[in-house]
Design a protein around this ligand. Sequence first.
Ligand code: FEO
Length: 170
Amino acid sequence: MAPKFPDEVNVFLVPHSRMKDLVGTYMDQLSTTDFRSNGALEHLLPLLENTFTEFKSHEHIENQYIMERLKQRLKLVDVTSQSVCNCHGDSQLVEILNLLRDGYTCTSKSISERINFGSQLQKAVSEFTKQFIPHMEEEEEIFQPMLMKYFAYEELLLLKQQVIQQHEFW
Ligand code: FEO
């Protein structure tokens, strides 16, 4: 369980709450969609595309507003920043977005092809989710304490405000 930090300076709290809600929603959508149905697939694809585009945007905001600033701060205080890894470097999200775009071609294909696509999509999303939840926990358990250590309280208040403003779901 992630350690408790004051909510007002916890930069991950609000965006991760949103990301976890989205995970719950797409797990439901994927488990209830009947991939034999053209209409169900046409309904599902844009929902998932929006969700995974939002995840990509979340990564981008974290890179720009949190990880980059943390790296710069560590450099300033002469602490090695190796632990601030390139934690958004893998391409799983891009692969899922590409798969979803391919999915639109399935709406004109046979039932067996749509079922096959559904299995492929469920597998890819399941593999992503298995890594995404621990990834968020790592950010909360490793990077939030580092932020608390190397940034002033007022800086974190401002940083949290900026991070929330950048997420378009507000
Ligand atoms: Fe907050 Fe990198 O996901």
